[in-house]
Design a protein around this ligand. Sequence first.
Ligand SMILES: CCCCCCCC/C=C\CCCCCCCC(=O)N[C@@H](COP(=O)(O)O)[C@H](O)/C=C/CCCCCCCCCCCCC
Length: 238
Amino acid sequence: MCSLSDSVTLHPIPPPAFGRGEAGLLYSFASFSLQRFLVEKKTQQHYGREIYMEHYVAGWKGLIKLLNSLGSVFGFISKDAASKTQILMNFLDSKNGSEYATVQSMVKFELDNELVDVNKKGIYPESGCRTLLRLHRALRWLELFLDRLRTSKEDDKTSVMCREAYNESLAHHHPFMIRKAAGLAFYSLPGRPGFLEVMNVGSPEQVVAMLGEAVPLISEVYTITEELYQKHNLLDLP
Ligand SMILES: CCCCCCCC/C=C\CCCCCCCC(=O)N[C@@H](COP(=O)(O)O)[C@H](O)/C=C/CCCCCCCCCCCCC
């Protein structure tokens, strides 16, 4: 990846023209969290891709709010997600805050300064890298779930979409008791029409259009993070 200081011309990609209610916070993942800069440099042309922590965290906060509105049965899930976003926010607000401006700078800073428990839990059980990894795995669930929702038919069940997405992603990282509790909570999800309403985006057609733009961008944020973590052997942090 090129450094921004090497760049000659920067063209931020404009945010898509949708977004109402809490679901509008998908913005944060979909565009603001991912600043994609086309960098023109003499004969070379390539993309530099940075994920902004502030917007990544804001995206999760919006989703957590939405999850809370679905009922207390999801409380144990939203509590965990909220405590992880809070850990990242605390890093951003700390004296080293500027090192946490992007996911890329956080990884570099924590690894350079040996602030990550790499093989087993030790003195850094709540490092930024480890904490973000848990949310990153959940982002894969979100991508799979929203893509199912986007392509679903009127009488498809959100609980089934949610369970399938969970089994393909997060479930691989959860022990039996958590899988069981999550599985039970999924039964409480409203049906597809009710769920689309809670999203507060507009008509079902508008939701589908919004998801058509958001899902590929969520997927891009996921892929960039996955490649970064893979490159530094961080995908199995305890
Ligand atoms: C506009 C879009 C509408 C979609 C609405 C989706 C709202 C989703 C909001 C939050 C998603 C949940 C994020 C969960 C993060 C879980 C991180 C995790 O894996 N934590 C476990 C490991 O942590 P450590 O112990 O290693 O620190 C932790 O053990 C987990 C505890 C809680 C259970 C997590 C179950 C996750 C199920 C995900 C499906 C959420 C169902 C939402 C239904 C719409």
